[in-house]
Design a protein around this ligand. Structure first.
Ligand SMILES: NC(=O)c1ccc[n+]([C@@H]2O[C@H](COP(=O)([O-])OP(=O)(O)OC[C@H]3O[C@@H](n4cnc5c(N)ncnc54)[C@H](OP(=O)(O)O)[C@@H]3O)[C@@H](O)[C@H]2O)c1
Length: 291
């Protein structure tokens, strides 16, 4: 934890992700090296892409670079923006059958007319390192072993790393996507938190968030959560990553306002994001180790 101190002004503790991400990367590198020493080929992540969106390609290339740095292999399977649902399904089934591949993810956006829910069911659950197949979410919800979506797990890992207690706490999750909001709610329940999930039809968001010990925001709405939503000493996790006109990123939380009130706040960028990528790689190593 770190906090810049300005005399006379409250500044929330910054829940940075870099240290935890480095620890996770080191652990991945160590296990990958152990596997290599035993004669096993490197754990391999396959990333299926079917878009011309340049920011998606840049993100995928950054995952591949991060994978290579810790001794993992990473195949980018580019099907092009014209790929059909059956084509993507067939590719995912083939990756499931490929013994050299340990983890598989599908990058969004998908081509027009291809629904994510129609293709993610073709990801082999044993290789579902970003918890995208509904069977992974079902297992998570019923307390069975499964890979959680990396972002949802990153939220919990970051809170644990900064020694923020979850058991018995009132936690409000803003957002109910199956990528972040819903899985994070299940992970919190498994850790004995009392969880409220808010969404776009919640009548009075601030009435919920002001009562919380911890607020986790994953709404994809720039600076949705302001100072009016947060009580003093609340811990706030900002999952949002919204691109700005100048090429930067802004979170779902108005950082300056909330940072002057909250007890702790994750920065954007530099909070949940780096931990998410590191966990994706760790899940791939874990899948290889389990094999
Ligand atoms: N850091 C990372 O590694 C990482 C990874 C994944 C996502 N993200 C970011 O996290 C954010 C959320 O992603 P997502 O995939 O979960 O987004 P999503 O699928 O668009 O879901 C957004 C959720 O927020 C709710 N919401 C929207 N407007 C709201 C409002 N005014 N008040 C309350 N709830 C509202 C929506 O409610 P309804 O269900 O009612 O529509 C929905 O449940 C995005 O900024 C995304 O870029 C970051």
């Amino acid at each position: 934890m770190s906090a810049a101190s300005v005399p006379g002004e409250h500044v929330a503790v910054r829940l940075v992700g870099s240290e935890l991400a480095a620890t996770l990367r080191a652990r991945s590198a160590e296990v990958a090296a152990e596997l290599a020493a035993g004669g096993t080929p490197p754990p391999k992540l396959a990333v299926v892409v079917a878009t011309e969106d340049e920011s998606s390609h840049a993100y995928v290339r950054s995952i591949a670079r991060a994978a290579h740095k810790v001794g993992l292999a990473c195949d980018i399977v580019d099907l092009g923006a014209g790929a059909s649902t059956p084509e993507i399904q067939k590719t995912l089934t083939a990756l499931g059958d490929d013994d050299d591949v340990h983890g598989t993810i599908v990058q969004t956006p998908l081509p027009p007319g291809v629904a994510a829910q129609d293709v993610v069911t073709s990801i082999d659950p044993a290789k579902d390192v970003d918890g995208a197949n509904p069977s992974s979410l079902g297992r998570l919800a019923t307390g069975l072993p499964a890979f959680a979506p990396a972002t949802a797990e990153a939220v919990i890992a970051l809170l644990d790393h900064h020694e923020i207690e979850l058991a018995g706490k009132d936690v409000v999750v803003v957002g109910r996507s199956t990528v972040v909001g819903v899985p994070v709610a299940h992970l919190l329940l498994a850790r004995d938190a009392s969880v409220t999930v808010c969404h776009s039809r919640t009548a009075d968001l601030a009435a919920h968030t002001r009562q919380a010990d911890i607020v986790i925001v994953a709404a994809g709405r720039p600076e949705l959560v302001t100072g009016d939503h947060i009580a003093a000493r609340t811990v706030v996790v900002d999952v949002g990553t919204n691109p700005t006109d100048d090429g930067g990123l802004v979170g779902d939380v108005a950082a300056a306002q909330v940072g002057a009130i909250a007890g702790a706040l994750t920065p954007v960028p530099g909070g949940v994001g780096p931990v998410t990528t590191a966990l994706l790689l760790w899940h791939t190593v874990d899948a290889a180790r389990a094999r």
